[in-house]
Write a protein that binds this ligand. Structure first.
Ligand code: AMP
Length: 375
């Protein structure tokens, strides 16, 4: 595969913040950026050279994107896999459509993870609501029932702590069809390993992030993750195993649970740059967005070393106003806003990254800040 060079056009399917930060990285190197998104004035559209405003599965619009682009990538996983597969026959889509097909479906994803020989929580497919009773007997509480497709930020899942929760889980199966029931892992920490790979098979991982969620939405990533060296090495090894199994080109975020005895369980995958990797823009030798662009353009991958420990905290709709008020108090904080017009409750509007030599102090400062007092 030839290199894509500056002056050529990178097409991005999806105009959200991930597309925007990809586009900004691409623009730095001198690429032209085209974006396809149904929204008007999307976060990525605001910084792109060419905007195609249409639905993601609109074949005419995808064809136009293909005509304008030398390489195409995507910024989110809920693209119609059929449309993407068709697109790969008329355009240069180095990531292919298979990665999307697998990561869109929890069962396909789990089967692939088993093939990659990485540990995942024991699970069972539930085809019919009545099966939950039988299966929970062998699994025991606590457990989680998850829809096969479409779940995000805790949506599409029900935790089973006791028999009292069975009805809610049955409702999930009734509404969504087959689900998976998996053991609830009593984890000490959640971490993510972001791995990049190019078509020459070169791969890198970013320093591991420790992720803290509030109301099922990522709130804070702390880097380096507060885990032992052996756990860190194992987590990286597992991420590489998955990337190789998938013959990954581009970016894959691997979310994992770490127990207090240092065991690792792989939870789920995202086939794109990830919220927990935003810190890399300031804190790493190469950001996840620059590395993504290098990977899909078949450039050699750069080193990803951590320049300084960092914490990244998300700004949701309710945090934007107090964040603006905090700008003058924090000259060393990097504010990233995504250009979204409406600051709706719980909508990801931006993030802040803080580089620090004293993580304890910085976390104290963050936790005491009025910005995140409104939940
Ligand atoms: P997911 O949509 O699979 O990423 O799940 C969202 C969140 O729910 C995870 O980040 C965990 O905090 C929690 N969770 C999901 N599955 C499990 C599990 N098997 N054991 C413990 N916690 C889980």
């Amino acid at each position: 595969m030839n290199k894509i060079i500056p002056g050529q056009t990178i097409g991005i399917i999806g105009g959200g913040q991930l597309g925007r930060m990809m586009a900004l990285a691409a623009k730095e190197a001198g690429f032209v950026v085209a974006v396809l998104d149904p929204g008007h004035n999307s976060p990525c559209g605001q910084v792109a050279d060419i905007v195609i405003q249409a639905a993601f599965d609109d074949r005419d619009a995808l064809k136009t994107l293909a005509e304008k682009s030398d390489v195409i990538t995507y910024e989110f996983e809920n693209i119609d896999a059929e449309a993407l597969s068709w697109l790969s026959s008329i355009a240069h889509l180095p990531q292919g459509a298979e990665l999307i097909r697998i990561t869109q479906n929890r069962l396909l994803e789990k089967k692939m993870l088993e093939k990659a020989d990485v540990p995942i929580a024991p699970y069972h497919v539930i085809e019919h609501e009545q099966e939950i009773y039988d299966i929970i007997e062998s699994f025991g509480f606590p457990a989680v029932v998850k829809t096969l497709t479409g779940g995000y930020d805790g949506k599409g899942q029900v935790k089973l702590s006791s028999m009292d929760d069975i009805q809610e889980a049955q409702e999930l199966v009734r509404k969504n069809g087959a689900c998976v029931l998996e053991s609830f892992i009593s984890f000490d920490r959640e971490i993510s390993v972001i791995v990049h790979r190019n078509s020459r098979g070169e791969s890198t991982t970013l320093p591991i992030a420790e992720n803290i969620h509030v109301n099922h939405i990522l709130h804070e990533s702390i880097v380096p993750a507060r885990i032992e060296h052996g756990v860190e090495k194992l987590a990286e090894k597992l991420a590489y195993q998955i990337a190789d199994e998938l013959k990954l080109v581009g970016t894959l975020a691997v979310e994992m649970f770490v127990t207090d005895s240092g065991e690792i369980w792989v939870n789920e995958l995202a086939p794109r740059p990830h919220n927990s990797g935003h810190y890399s823009i300031e804190a790493c030798q190469t950001s996840q967005f620059h590395q993504h662009i290098r990977a899909i353009c078949n450039w050699p991958l750069k080193k990803t070393g951590l320049l300084k420990p960092a914490v990244m905290i998300n700004l949701l709709g309710q945090h934007v106003k107090p964040a603006y008020e905090a700008i003058s108090r924090h000259p060393d904080w990097s504010f990233h806003l995504y250009g979204k017009a409406e600051a709706k409750q719980n909508r990801k509007m931006g993030h802040i990254t803080i580089l620090t030599d004293d993580m304890k102090m910085t976390l104290k400062e963050v936790h005491e800040s009025p910005i995140w007092k409104t939940t």
